[in-house]
Design a protein around this ligand. Sequence first.
Ligand code: NAD
Ligand code: DAU
Length: 350
Amino acid sequence: MILVTGGAGFIGANFILEWLGCGDEAVLNIDKLTYAGNIDNLAPLKSDARHIFVRADIGDTSTIGTLLKKYQPRAIVHFAAESHVDRSIHGPADFIETNIVGTFRLLESARAYWQSLPDDARQSFRFLHVSTDEVYGSLSADDPAFSEMTPYAPNSPYSASKASSDHLVRAYYHTYRLPTLTTNCSNNYGPRQFPEKLIPLMIINALAGKALPVYGDGKNIRDWLYVDDHCSAIRTVLAKGVPGEVYNIGGNAEMANIDVVHTLCRLLKEIYPDKDFTEQITFVKDRPGHDRRYAINAEKICTQLGWRPRETFATGLAKTIRWYLDHQDWLDAVNNKTYQQWIDRHYVQG
Ligand code: NAD
Ligand code: DAU
């Protein structure tokens, strides 16, 4: 079996659903269930014995050690993190605790377990660390896209905490030879994304007749990747990646935020022809330290491991909108008091 951390979150849940959809290897899912963790994401696996869920913190060394001994996973895929840049600006402490200290503790648990394995299991064991393109900092319009050789220059508490965890993972390979793999991916979107992030926030605000809050001039650029393509890249790296290596993952889909929002409004209008959602677009105060542009050069994973994204931004976005329209129950459950408190604090009070 494999151990997945953060498997009740957006990417982790999509990863587990797909993993068990295309094979029979069991998954031990360890998730603390923070505000972003949602066990409903895994509802289709409720009575599936191949999915074992344990609510725990990655930093709880004793519980993680016990679980590793009991279940003997052949790999750890580490998604668990605090993941929202705006929240890291309001309160960085949880980001330091989970992304840095938590990853350090998880590495220690993994190292102790790995060292106890027989030779062949030790050889084939993998620790795959899921990271972000934000560790590379911000590009200007003419800069080449981020490659695996781009120097780190994180600009937010979130990206600094992820950069720090990447360095720890690197050090565990070089110092202890723990067979690590690191992936640095661009912006994901798709089903089950918590509506604090741009695309789901815009979808639910548009449908609710609320403002569509675009930060600054709306010209910041992100490189979008449909979540299933990220998941297939992670499966590829886990199967074929070389220990100690880093792989950038991206969709070749750079877009300014304002264009993302206009595309969304256009796709929604095809479903609701009487409405003009663009009237709801509102420019609001910019995010402090807002990175201007991200772009990923994914040549290494494409040429060395044979991975390719399947969705274009247009096909992925249409699927995403459809999913949110078809899952009002999921949205109602997420749209609770804690969520409203975040929205009020961030968008109303600033
Ligand atoms: P998310 O916020 O939706 O989910 C994070 C999950 O981790 C939640 O289920 C949460 O309960 C769990 N978690 C948080 N702290 C924990 C702890 N201490 N112990 C155990 N579980 C804990 O995040 P996501 O968007 O699914 O991102 C997953 C990973 O992918 C993160 O490491 C993130 O940095 C990385 N990533 C995300 C994107 C993106 O666009 N969303 C892009 C590139 C990389
Ligand atoms: O690049 C990968 C990263 O992408 C991941 O590591 C992070 O976990 C993930 O949250 C995401 O970070 P971003 O900050 O790029 O994503 P977010 O959805 O928060 O914002 C995307 C862009 O949209 C960004 O330029 C800020 C802007 N934005 C965001 C929100 C929430 C707005 O204009 N208005 C908004 O209300």
